[in-house]
Ligand binder design. Sequence first.
Ligand code: PHE
Length: 346
Amino acid sequence: VRADAERSAAEPNLDREQFRLDWLGRKQGRLKAISDAWLKAAPVEAKKLIGQRFNELKQQVEALVDESAATAVKVEVRSLDISLPGSAHRPGAEHPLTKTMNELVSVFERMGYSVGIGPEVETDFLNFESLNFPPNHPARDTQDTLVLADQEQKPLRERLLMRTHTSPVQIRTMLAQDPPLRIVIPGKVHRNEAQDATHSPMFHQVEGLCVDTNITFSDLKGTLDHAMKSLFGSSMKTRFFPSFFPFTEPSADVQISCPFCNGKGCRKCKHSGWIELLGCGMVDPNVFKAVDARRIELGLEPKYDPAKISGFAFGMGIDRMTMMKYSVSEIGLLFSGDTRFLSQFA
Ligand code: PHE
């Protein structure tokens, strides 16, 4: 009883240890004194009874010590020592791919483009047919397509697949909005490719589309040249080569002078001084026709008469650009989620 009263009176944190020593201390604790004076000196016939009482007292004291230790823990957790050094929180960082995409997108936003997105699972119509890839056309073979299971019973244009490029969002935009329009579309795309150091079955593109009256190939050249100079510096040059895409005519591949060696030749540009960065071209009239045909099917007014409007489109791979920019040798690192890699971009 006395032990309990004394424990309650004790300042929980300061006197807790003192209370423990007073009672349980091995040399001068009260239990030791009681044991010496009563238990050890007891006559044989009383030893059992005194031993029992002694153990009860000892258990009581130990329980009180445990109990006050528990409340002490609570008090300590709540108290704050502001003189201690803080614990370091490592801040999150933008993923290098996101960084590149955001930089590119904001260059186009400054030119008045808005941002659009679309789904990664697309219909055959939006990924291929409307973009002037007719059914069974060999151009489809260039886009190693991953198709969803159990689509065979559907009509071809409704079959679902993983989009192989961001170009279907061109069509989605023209079905939803009237011209004029200027839009950039960042996103993931999928192709049936084995992963190696530079290829991945999932990668990223930024697509662009501009439709208005009297849009010409020089608008395309000027826009892309300006965008690349904003990204890589004003001394960078661009050059355009004839190319082919079913949905643009004429089509071009664009190279930039190597930003690492200023076009002199280095390992990054394989000593050519140039790096190929994107595909582009003037929107093929067949794309506008497919859009208007679909708009009529959907009960919308056709607004994309190729006799009245024209446009250009471009698409670029972001992963390769990012790898080049940050000297990343394995594309897989971009998708590994490995914080040893990612923390370098903090
Ligand atoms: N969609 C094309 C590709 O993935 C790139 C592109 C987009 C080319 C727009 C021209 C115009 O390869």
